[in-house]
Design a protein around this ligand. Structure first.
Ligand SMILES: CC(=O)N[C@H]1[C@@H](OP(=O)(O)OP(=O)(O)OC[C@H]2O[C@@H](n3ccc(=O)[nH]c3=O)[C@H](O)[C@@H]2O)O[C@H](CO)[C@@H](O)[C@@H]1O[C@H](C)C(=O)N[C@@H](C)C(=O)N[C@H](CCC(=O)O)C(=O)O
Ligand SMILES: Nc1ncnc2c1ncn2[C@@H]1O[C@H](COP(=O)(O)OP(=O)(O)OP(=O)(O)O)[C@@H](O)[C@H]1O
Length: 528
């Protein structure tokens, strides 16, 4: 994500945050003044906020200078002080740098500064999560989808819900692009405080494993934590799957959450549920034998409405007929998880079921741009950008496609080159018509990326029938896909989902598939 997103995230702050004495903050996070003069500062100073980023400091706030993977944050202390920081929280190495670069600035010491940022941020923003119904979803896949389902349900129940995840940071009507899946603790606490200030009663969060390990969620009171699944990913950060699971498992401890709902469809979920240190509901979303408190039967994809219907059974004999508007059986796991989490958060079942059924248009996640109506075809934007996700996405839309399945796709530059022919192979195998285009070529020659994809296509379809290559611009390819789409056909454009930029030749170009596809739909069929 580019710098603009970080700047926008910084704008989501409460309008009035009563200042907190530095002494109280030091006590809350067991901070030690670096010098006797710094101890005196505790008596006189009050803080109005906190940041780990010097570029994000407002006058009166504290700068937490963290030892980073690349640099020591204390290197930026002078910049923070110039912006109005009243004190710096750091380790002893950082204190040395501050003494050199901005002498006289009060310094509070912590042996692991990253670990105190959460509690400090919660304290300075007055523990807003304690007053909100807060949910957090973790797992390799399905976090975004499940958290949007929860957003819809909690909004229906409480009037509004705050959202912090991969796609957006939203409080009330204000939404900004999200810099990452789970933002730094000060950004999150500010958003929660703003939500409280604006009368928003709930928060739906995504919890990445990076965030859990890097303490971004510390001191956030989560009412219900949810776990979707664990698949191979991020083994550069967590060295083994066991370590990856243990990172997620931290969310299911009383330090973070009051209760949990865990999908036990894979063995990792079963292990997590068995080892969890908080009360946990076990949910089985797919057919299987694993013991569970809640389980799903009759999962079906409906052709007419592109909806998925299922029955959710509960521990007290509940039998809940539910539906979600996203196709694909993976979304049954996400939908059932959202339902059980909502029920455990106190949402009446009827309210939850109705809101889930209406949870349309998650940005870039099987997002329907036009519905099949006898004249128009079904037009969808989806984020699938790996061979596995592409396989799932195409398998999800095939049953709701009486005619041809058209896929518009490309592959990233400066990333995993091996997946390019694999994507071509999957699409050639599972779709009828292929329109090959660019995704984010970045510094690479887009023609070479497309050639690698086409090599994979050729391995399945040597004659290259029903394969088109669009060499001009991604928007033209999306338009071509829609042009080819008949009333019984489906066109799915994959790879970029919600992304607001296309990265090419060192530039971030404003581009989003959804409005481009909507324009193509209007050009072909007129306004609905
Ligand atoms: C690996 C990782 O998570 N790194 C995080 C880490 O960065 P770092 O230690 O490398 O920071 P650094 O560049 O050494 O800088 C040290 C400190 O100086 C500060 N600084 C730096 C520059 C400056 O001008 N002013 C300033 O104050 C930085 O905010 C930082 O606190 O600490 C920074 C803030 O303290 C985070 O912004 C940064 O996240 C980076 C951007 C990141 O890309 N993280 C990814 C891996 C991530 O968290 N991903 C997960 C989910 C992934 C997924 O599910 O796909 C996510 O939640 O998004
Ligand atoms: N429950 C699930 N199980 C397996 N795959 C899923 C599941 N839910 C979604 N997917 C697949 O993963 C893709 C990403 O879904 P989603 O954005 O909801 O997950 P995520 O955990 O937020 O991932 P990311 O952090 O990459 O956005 C979807 O396009 C879909 O193909």
């Amino acid at each position: 994500m580019n710098n603009q997103a970080y700047e926008s995230a910084a704008s989501l702050r409460p309008k009035h945050n009563p200042p907190v004495p530095l002494g109280a903050l030091a006590q809350a996070a067991s901070l030690v003044p670096a010098t006797p003069q710094d101890a005196a500062a505790l008596e006189s100073l009050q803080a109005t906020g906190l940041s780990v980023d010097s570029g994000d400091i407002l006058p009166g706030e504290i700068f937490a200078a963290l030892p980073g993977f690349n640099a020591h944050g204390a290197r930026y202390a002078a910049q923070a002080v110039q912006a109005g920081a009243i004190a710096v929280v750091t380790d002893s190495q950082g204190a040395g740098i501050v003494a050199e670069t901005c002498p006289g600035t009060p310094v509070l010491l912590a042996s692991d500064p990253r670990a105190v940022v959460g509690p400090l941020a919660a304290e300075v923003y007055h523990h807003p999560s304690r007053h909100l119904v807060t949910t957090a979803v973790t797992g390799t896949n399905g976090k975004t989808t499940t958290s949007y389902f929860l957003d819809a349900i909690l909004s229906a129940h409480l009037g509004a819900c705050m959202m912090a995840g991969t796609i957006e940071l939203r409080v009330g009507r204000r939404s900004v692009e999200s810099p990452r899946t789970t933002v730094e603790a000060p950004v999150l606490q500010r958003m929660l405080a703003l939500a409280l200030e604006e009368g928003v009663g709930a928060a739906s969060l995504e919890a990445s494993s990076h965030a859990i390990v890097l303490h971004r969620l510390d001191a956030t009171s989560i009412d219900i934590a949810g776990f979707t699944n664990l698949q191979r990913d991020h083994l550069d950060f967590h060295s083994t799957m066991e370590e990856y699971l243990q990172a997620k498992a931290q969310l299911f401890t009383p330090e973070h959450s009051s209760r949990g709902v865990v999908c036990v469809d894979d063995r990792w979920g079963a292990q997590l549920a068995a080892e969890a240190a908080i009360p946990v509901d076990r949910l089985r979303a797919y057919p299987g034998q694993t013991p569970a408190d809640w389980w799903v039967t009759d999962a079906t994809v409906s052709l007419e409405e592109a909806a998925t219907t299922f029955t959710l059974h509960g521990p007290d004999g509940e039998e809940i007929a539910a539906s979600c508007p996203l196709p694909g059986l993976v979304n049954v796991q996400n939908a059932a998880l959202a339902l059980v989490m909502a029920i455990r958060a106190g949402v009446p079942t009827d309210t939850a079921v109705t809101a889930l059924a209406g949870a349309h248009n998650i940005p870039g996640r099987m997002q329907r741009i036009s519905q099949r109506d006898g004249r128009r075809g079904l037009c969808i934007v989806d984020f699938a950008h790996t061979p596995d996700a592409m396989e799932l996405a195409l398998a999800a839309v095939r049953p709701i496609t009486p005619g041809r399945l058209i896929v518009v796709f490309g592959s990233d530059g400066d990333r995993d080159q091996g997946k390019r022919p694999m994507l071509g192979e999957v699409c050639a195998r599972l779709a009828d018509v292929l329109v090959v285009t660019d995704e984010n070529p970045r510094s690479e020659d887009p023609g070479l990326i497309r050639a690698a994809i086409l090599e994979g296509v050729r391995s399945v379809r040597p004659g290259m029938e029903n394969v088109e290559e669009i060499t001009t611009w991604r928007g033209d390819a999306v338009e071509r896909g829609v042009e080819l789409c008949g009333p019984d056909d489906t066109v799915i454009v994959t790879g970029k989902g919600h992304e607001p930029f296309l990265e090419a030749a060192g530039e971030f170009i404003r581009y989003n598939d959804a409005p481009v596809m909507a324009q193509a739909v209007e050009k072909k069929w007129g306004r609905p």
